[in-house]
Design a protein around this ligand. Structure first.
Ligand SMILES: Cc1cc2nc3c(=O)[nH]c(=O)nc-3n(C[C@H](O)[C@H](O)[C@H](O)COP(=O)(O)OP(=O)(O)OC[C@H]3O[C@@H](n4cnc5c(N)ncnc54)[C@H](O)[C@@H]3O)c2cc1C
Length: 409
């Protein structure tokens, strides 16, 4: 039986120095309106305090705390995975606001660094790093979600421009974004993953209509996006024309890496808060609740060690089987935690006692309720649980490929 190499999870002196630097920055800058957000604005809460969080992004950028993992030549710090983990840990620990530029920093930026032309890098990377241009991801369509190769949005060359027509859906933060990276069909005769291209399309133009979709949380983080003759410069293709599938997959690999880093400590904070509620309302003496809380703690600890192990020695995207295991694990864990929190809150879980605002239309969910509802989506986006199980089945267990066209009911 193969043994896994031992991983020393303690900070080395240089890691501790970096951790101190991050803490010091956050201590000095996370004040005033930024501190007042109380760490809100994360996953499922992205419409909260948006303008303040935009200013916070610039505050981070001014001191060089955005895009840490990018190479120094593109304005990053060339930070190792360990340092990025440390930054994320301290960021979550200090209850800093949810970031507004995750898609630009975590997805498009690394994709451009690998596949972009020098002109594209010069044009698009600085405003991402400075937090002045926000991006959204135009992949999914009504008939192309898990089956992304079924994309039908098309782009046609017209002189020095591409003209884009089609519909995207579930486009997170499209209503707040300046640009969208769009997977579309540039060869009308093509099928499946051939003949696709990866275009950068400006959102603020007449040919783009964004229609927000109301979610379970009664906020609208994601949208339908209609392209009806939207235009972008012919130069704004990443990779070769017709080679968009390869570029799109590269972006997805970065998405998995980002997700691995992002969630752990906010989960820990949520579990700690839930523990405090259970102790306060007497539920902590219920043997079933106690077991469930212990189990949640054990699984979260395993999640952390597993993440650190899979990231150690990695200096790019995490490999697909590892990433699938992690995605399946954290998505399912968080959904179960939401169910446990409703159980611990008991009948009060049905009372809206959160903060009413224009943003949530007066539907004043508290943090636990919001997280419980939003967690339903975490087993869907970034590759659904079923898709992750297929990948694990085929690539880890070596099962024969799933027969096509037989999606189980
Ligand atoms: C909160 C949220 C944010 C999102 N943000 C974005 C975004 O910013 N940009 C973007 O492009 N997309 C985004 N998405 C879309 C997301 O990527 C898709 O929802 C996801 O890929 C699933 O696609 P679908 O919704 O079309 O479901 P489908 O692919 O139609 O799947 C329906 C069901 O069938 C199952 N299924 C499908 N194929 C198989 C198979 N081969 N084997 C077994 N089961 C299968 C699925 O698991 C699912 O249960 C977001 C989604 C959510 C929920």
């Amino acid at each position: 039986m193969a043994t896994l190499p031992a991983v020393d999870l303690r900070d080395r002196p240089e890691d501790q120095a970096f951790r101190d630097e991050v803490r010091c920055f956050l201590h000095e800058h996370l004040i005033g309106e930024f501190a007042e957000l109380g760490g809100r604005g994360g996953s499922g809460d992205e419409t909260f305090g948006f303008e303040v969080r935009r200013r916070w992004e610039r505050e981070l950028a001014e001191s060089g705390w955005t895009c840490l993992g990018w190479p120094v030549e593109y304005g990053g710090r060339g930070a190792s995975m360990t340092k990025q983990v440390i930054f994320n840990e301290e960021y979550a620990r200090s209850a800093a606001p949810g970031r507004v530029s995750i898609l630009g920093e975590g997805l498009l930026g690394p994709t451009l660094i690998h596949y972009g032309t020098p002109a594209q890098k010069a044009r698009f990377l600085p405003p991402i790093r400075e937090g002045t241009e926000l991006w959204c991801q135009g992949y999914s369509e009504p008939d192309a979600g898990s089956d992304l190769a079924n994309v039908k949005t098309r782009a046609v060359r017209d002189g020095g421009e591409w003209v884009v027509t089609g519909q995207k859906i579930w486009t997170s933060l499209a209503h707040q974004s300046d640009w969208c990276f769009v997977v579309c069909r540039t060869d009308p005769e093509s099928a499946r993953h051939k003949g696709l291209s990866y275009l950068l399309v400006p959102m603020n133009q007449p040919g783009v209509e964004v229609r927000p979709i109301m979610q379970l949380t009664r906020t609208s983080e994601f949208n339908e996006v209609y392209f009806d003759g939207a235009r972008t410069s012919a130069d704004n293709v990443v990779g070769d024309v017709g080679d968009g599938w390869r570029v799109a997959l590269a972006t997805l690999a970065f998405e998995r890496g980002v997700a691995l880093l992002g969630h752990q400590l906010s989960f820990r904070r949520e579990l700690d808060r839930l523990l405090a509620v259970a102790k306060g309302n007497g539920r902590a003496v219920d043997p079933v609740v106690r077991q469930a809380m212990a189990q949640a703690h054990i699984e979260l600890t395993i999640m952390r060690y597993n993440t650190l192990r899979s990231l150690s020695g990695v200096d790019g995207p995490v490999s697909p089987p590892e990433a699938s295991i992690a995605k399946l694990y954290w998505g399912s864990w968080h959904r179960r935690l939401g169910e446990l929190s409703m159980r611990i809150l008991g009948p009060s879980a049905t009372v809206l006692d959160g903060e009413a605002s224009a943003d949530n239309g007066g539907y004043a969910l508290n943090d636990f309720q919001r997280s419980f509802l939003f967690a339903r989506s975490e087993t869907i986006y970034g590759g659904s649980n079923q898709i992750q199980r297929n990948i694990i089945g085929e690539r880890v267990l070596g099962l024969p490929p799933e027969p096509k066209g037989t999606v189980p009911a």
